[in-house]
Design a protein around this ligand. Structure first.
Ligand SMILES: CC(=O)SCCNC(=O)CCNC(=O)[C@H](O)C(C)(C)COP(=O)(O)OP(=O)(O)OC[C@H]1O[C@@H](n2cnc3c(N)ncnc32)[C@H](O)[C@@H]1OP(=O)(O)O
Ligand SMILES: O=C([O-])CC(=O)C(=O)O
Length: 435
């Protein structure tokens, strides 16, 4: 058994009795109440999911396994000569909750290496798609196409114990994750670099190899590591994580679940907002002929967008009530590496003008920027100017968190998810006191 699997098995043995005790002895304890506003309003704030992998505080932002973003970046083992930690070590941390040693990082790097061969049919399927297909469609299709290789699906049909399901989801998770950088880079080079594909380098780490296959020099390797870590998880209720959880709760395998969660991530109110931010900024840029706008000019663009009934992409959040720490981590990177970039100056200006405008309009509950307002600028600066690709990068990162959550969901034996729905008439009866 691999080192990571062994470690996970130990952790699962400790965690299972906690969940069982809660369920058996405290199953009737009330956690929350639900209002009609919440039922109609996208179930906002209803406490109805459980995960130990990350927790989102509205004011502090995300903590991964109890650590803030600066703590994660400081404490996890770094790639030699780089500023950022290994993605491999971060995945170990998400899965087990323990900070890995160098040896443990190497072991998981080897695991990924031994599983990273992408089947040839995947490339053929991507190539057979219309070249103007959205990269997210190509990415999700490539993942779906590998479902036939799911170990869980095979074992389930052979008949395996429920308490062992997690082991096969784990195998599928590693098999899938190991292939994502090459599939994503293939889509990028096929669509935007005339199909000039760069083969992987087995000596490089997850982030370094991705940068290599994208054909982009340093510090793009560190940017990739930072990007994948920051986008990995945002507790369980966001559209992508929740979709992955829901689909896998039917015992659909990891390939079905990750492909499904990517389809949710591809929406403009969720992961696609990073593409929308760049499209919006470039509209402003083009109208001003590249000149840095004054605050007054920028305010006008923001107001015009809102008056046209559109949202300001990259601002607002369903849970956060302050600036997203993922935004701040990337802002710090920009201040250090690209302080004079014109697009960064645009984003900086938006940070100054948008919150007051959204506050004055009184609709958005959170006027502050989220992760998507800042991430595209870094990609653009280092040469990834095709912004419809940005959500694929988000998808690689999010796959780390969602696969970890799904492995744990099976390990703790969570059942099929099935909330109850009512009719409008039933809600009216409750509202008008008839029931
Ligand atoms: C990784 C991520 O997924 S982060 C989020 C990425 N998405 C974006 O950046 C898109 C822009 N932002 C938004 O559309 C929203 O803020 C969301 C989708 C993120 C959150 O939605 P909600 O929880 O419903 O936000 P909230 O309760 O504040 O919405 C209240 C009203 O304010 C509006 N609002 C919220 N954010 C914005 C915004 N950035 N620009 C304009 N209006 C906004 C909503 O559209 C809603 O209007 P409505 O009542 O006419 O429907
Ligand atoms: O938490 C959310 O609803 C959206 C988000 O920022 C994420 O999924 O990263």
């Amino acid at each position: 058994m691999s080192l990571l699997k062994e470690k996970l098995q130990e952790k699962i043995a400790i965690e299972r009795p906690r969940t069982e005790k809660l369920l058996k002895e405290y199953g009737n304890v009330k956690v929350d109440e639900v209002t009609i506003g919440q039922i109609i309003g996208g179930m906002r704030d209803i406490k109805s999911l459980v995960t130990d992998i990350s927790y989102l505080d509205p004011y502090e932002g995300i903590r991964f396994r109890g650590l803030t973003i600066p703590e994660v970046l400081e404490k996890l083992p770094k790639v030699p000569g780089a500023e950022m930690p290994y993605v491999e070590g971060f995945y170990y941390f998400l899965l087990t909750g323990d900070l890995p040693t160098e040896n443990e990082v190497n072991a998981i790097h080897e695991e990924f290496n031994s599983r990273k061969q992408v089947p040839d049919y995947v490339f053929k399927i991507i190539k057979s798609m219309p070249i103007d297909s959205h990269p997210m469609t190509m990415f999700a299709t490539a993942i779906m196409s590998m479902q036939k290789d799911s170990i869980f699906a095979k074992k389930y049909h052979e008949g395996v114990k429920k308490t062992d399901y997690w082991q096969y989801y784990f195998e599928d998770a590693l098999n899938l994750l190991a292939k994502l950088p090459e599939i994503a880079a293939f889509i990028y080079r096929l669509k935007y670099r005339n199909g000039d594909i760069i083969p992987p380098d087995p000596n490089l780490d997850f982030g370094g190899n991705f940068a290599h296959m994208m054909g982009i020099a340093k510090p793009y390797d560190d940017i990739s590591r930072l990007y994948f870590i920051l986008h990995s998880d945002h507790e369980s209720g966001n559209v992508s994580a929740h979709t992955g959880h829901l689909v896998a709760s039917a015992l659909s395998d990891m390939y079905y679940a990750i492909s499904a969660m990517l389809n949710g991530l591809a929406g403009p109110l969720h992961g696609l907002a990073n593409e929308e931010v760049l499209r919006w900024l470039h509209g402003v840029y083009a109208q001003l002929g590249g000149k840095i706008p004054t605050e007054e000019e920028m305010k006008k663009f923001v107001n015009d967008t809102l008056d046209a009934g559109k949202v300001i992409p990259g601002f607002g959040h369903a849970v956060l009530r302050k600036t997203d720490p993922r935004y701040m981590a990337q802002r710090e990177f920009c201040l250090k590496h690209l302080p004079d970039d014109p697009l960064f100056k645009y984003v900086d200006l938006l940070f100054k003008v948008v919150p007051d405008i959204l506050l004055a309009r009184g609709k958005a509950k959170n006027p502050w920027p989220n992760v998507d307002a800042q991430s595209g600028v870094i990609q653009w600066y280092y040469g990834v100017k095709e912004y419809d690709f940005y959500t694929v990068l988000f998808g690689i990162g999010r796959s780390l968190g969602v696969t970890a959550n799904i492995v744990w969901a099976r390990a703790l034996g969570y059942p099929i998810e099935r909330p109850k729905s009512l009719t409008t008439k039933m809600l009216e009866d409750i509202a008008f006191g008839k029931k």
